[in-house]
Ligand binder design. Structure first.
Ligand code: GLC
Length: 422
């Protein structure tokens, strides 16, 4: 399915020549405060930013169409927290090393408050018209647009169709069915994202939200954190580890290690993002290949489904020397059906452009996304989200792993949240 990667466009020498040959300004490049033309640098991470990945294909497509301003990916780490750290280092120093930033939906508030990203109000209308409302919302803060939607995200339950008949609808059922199926097959029941980082917070919240919990009220003026519910779901996760429902690697797994476990046939169930679907489907040597399907995530109550709303939008660095071209790129990546369709067809990465879903309604990943995205729940987009997340990781990760008192862990999270609204 995936096309072999041919990354020809933007070798350093080639770009220098291009920049030197471009006289004065042109429509794409000259923003009046620096270079005309020239290479753009797109700082983005994760599996699909690597050679052969779909973000590289999007960069290649743009570069072919815009030889004056080709774009190259500066590969960031796989893990969201580390990507943020690397971007923050450059932006705090007001460095012009990155023109376009792949910004997780939870960083919009922080980046805009820090003055790290350009306002995109000038191109707001066309971007708003093209994008899914939830994805568009995730790129705004304080009523202003700070990034162009690029890929949205929601968690799926992956399950082995050769080992279980029906996907479970509650987390308790998942453990029950999973333990029995795993025992029979000599593998492990479940893996998700249990390492101490943003992905753990996402996994924890999906339990907590699906039990009816909330962090704040809508306008974030009141803390609604329910310590009793929080303690219950934390206890559930601790028990799932103690009772062998979670695979032994759960507490150190991020997205990619979890994918590897599933792809190598070591687990019955996995919580992961849609990008995994395409990769397992392509791997004909995988025991899961041809033997898996996707379903909405289970809930605590068995009612409906809930997932954290994820995704990455493209922002323009406030310190870029090539802002006009960078704005053109992020607008194109949000509103042109070609790159948006590539995300879906080459990599099962969920696009943000509404019309692409209509055109791909026969695709199983897009069909399931159509079901779960409307219920996907945003993490509070507050500028202080990173600090809240780090506190949740610090308090809840040991508690889930049997290393801390659950009650005091959830109380400390509530106290921290209270501190954010005083
Ligand atoms: C995915 C999501 C992102 C989330 C991260 C957590 O990359 O798109 O929103 O923060 O996973 O690991």
């Amino acid at each position: 399915m995936r096309k072999a990667m041919t990354w020809l466009a933007a070798g350093g020498a080639f770009v220098l020549v291009m920049a030197a040959c471009t006289p004065g300004g042109d429509d794409n490049g000259d923003d009046g405060d620096g270079e005309a033309g020239g290479e753009l640098v797109w700082a983005i991470g994760g599996a699909e930013a690597q050679p052969g990945g779909v973000h590289q294909q999007v960069a290649e497509l743009w570069s072919e169409q815009n030889p004056d301003n080709p774009i190259r990916i500066e590969l960031l780490p796989e893990e969201a927290d580390q990507q943020r750290e690397q971007q923050a280092l450059e932006l705090q120093a007001e460095g012009s090393g990155f023109d376009v930033l792949g910004v997780d939906v939870i960083w919009t508030g922080e980046y805009s408050e820090n003055g790290w990203v350009e306002s995109l109000e000038d191109v707001r209308a066309e971007i708003e018209e093209a994008s899914l409302p939830g994805a568009f919302e995730s790129a705004t803060w304080g009523g202003e647009l700070w990034a162009a939607p690029y890929n949205t995200n929601a968690g799926f339950l992956y399950y082995r169709t050769d080992l279980v008949e029906e996907p479970p609808t509650t987390w308790a059922d998942l453990c029950q069915v999973g333990v029995a199926a795993a025992e029979a097959a000599g593998i492990q029941p479940f893996i998700g994202q249990g390492a101490q980082y943003e992905g753990f917070v996402v996994n924890w919240l999906e339990y907590y939200w699906s039990a009816g919990g909330e962090l704040y009220n809508e306008d974030q003026t009141e803390v609604l954190f329910d310590t009793e519910l929080a303690a219950q779901v934390t206890q559930f996760m601790a028990d799932a580890i103690a009772q062998g429902c979670y695979a032994p690697g759960f507490n150190t797994a991020q997205e990619e290690p979890a994918r590897n476990e599933f792809q190598q046939g070591n687990v019955v169930f996995m919580r992961n993002w849609p990008y995994v679907y395409g990769l397992v489907n392509e791997d004909t040597g995988s025991p899961a290949n041809g033997n898996f399907d996707i379903a909405p995530l289970p809930t605590v109550t068995g009612e409906g489904t809930i997932s954290a709303l994820g995704g990455f939008n493209n922002a323009v660095s406030a310190f870029s020397d090539n802002k006009d071209a960078a704005i053109d790129f992020v607008t194109w990546a949000a509103t042109d059906p070609e790159p948006q369709t590539l995300l879906a067809t080459e990599a099962s990465v969920p696009p943000t452009m509404e019309s692409v879903y209509e055109d791909l309604s026969d695709d199983p990943v897009m069909a399931l996304l159509g079901e779960v995205l409307p219920d996907a729940k945003p993490r509070p987009p507050a500028p202080q989200w990173n600090e809240i997340s780090v506190e949740m990781q610090r308090a809840l990760h040991p508690a889930v792993n049997g290393q801390g008192d659950i009650q005091s862990a959830v109380e400390s999270v509530r106290d921290f949240l209270e501190g954010t609204i005083e």
